[in-house]
Design a protein around this ligand. Structure first.
Ligand code: PGA
Ligand code: MG
Length: 232
């Protein structure tokens, strides 16, 4: 079993890890497609387009609807519309995955520093964390546009190592996508891959994270935090 005894801080991915956000992302994609008189998509299809930020989501959605690569001009014109629709309904159909709050409470009580490293634009990330009462658990929150590069680039994780003065052996990344695992590997840190999120329809185990979890609450046992550790 993976050895996480040196870990002092954990960076969590957001979409597909803490929150099932595809229903609202798909609705905003469809509102944009509808305005353009293009065929609508399904949430199932949108799932396979999430992972590289809002612009890539729309690039994939528009190219699929058009049946050919979308032009840069059309993509640029549609982005403000997508952002507008998504901002209006960030949390209408999205939901927290099971036991997320419980595990974050256990990890905080055990003294782990917690961060969010998402490819979602920052302007959506904070309101979404607040809407689900998650914001207070994280002392660093990085969106896909917070730094010059997003996952799978290691920059956001390198930023956290530097901010918190940690060695790579002390930071862990938890995510549902190969972008999370690749970013962790490039930063020289360990990762946990979750099977229930969005990974372009691929098995997360193929990216070889240090551990694979089917449910969020399995993280507690891996990090050695339990209900008892909260009572101390
Ligand atoms: O918004 C995305 O494309 C993915 O977001 P995530 O990095 O939180 O999974
Ligand atoms: Mg994700």
């Amino acid at each position: 079993m993976a050895d996480f005894r040196q870990i002092k801080a954990i960076a969590f991915d957001l979409d597909g890890t803490l929150i099932d956000s595809v229903p609202d992302l798909a609705a905003a994609v469809n509102a944009t497609l509808q305005e353009l008189d293009l065929p609508l998509t399904t949430a199932e299809q949108a799932r396979s387009w999430v992972g590289n930020g809002a612009e890539m989501l729309m690039r994939r959605a528009l190219s699929f609807a058009l049946g050919t690569d979308v032009s840069e001009a059309k993509l640029a014109a549609s982005m403000p519309r997508f952002m507008h629709f998504y901002k209006q309904h960030l949390q209408q159909h999205s939901r927290l995955y099971d036991d997320v709050i419980l595990v974050l409470k256990q990890l905080s009580a055990a003294g782990f520093k917690l961060a969010v490293v998402t490819n979602k634009p920052y302007e959506f990330t904070i309101p979404l964390l607040k809407a689900f009462k998650l914001d207070s658990y994280f002392s660093i929150v990085l969106g896909g546009d917070s730094l010059a590069k997003m996952k799978p680039d290691p920059l956001p994780l390198a930023h956290i190592l530097q901010q918190w003065q940690l060695t790579p052996a002390q930071l862990l990344m938890v995510g549902d996508s190969k972008n999370d695992i690749l970013a962790a590997k490039a930063a020289g840190i360990a990762s946990i891959g979750l099977t229930y999120g969005y990974n372009y329809g691929e098995d997360i185990a193929l990216s070889s994270p240090a551990a694979v979890c089917e449910q969020f609450n399995e993280i507690s046992a891996l990090m050695n935090v339990t209900a008892e550790s909260m009572e101390q």
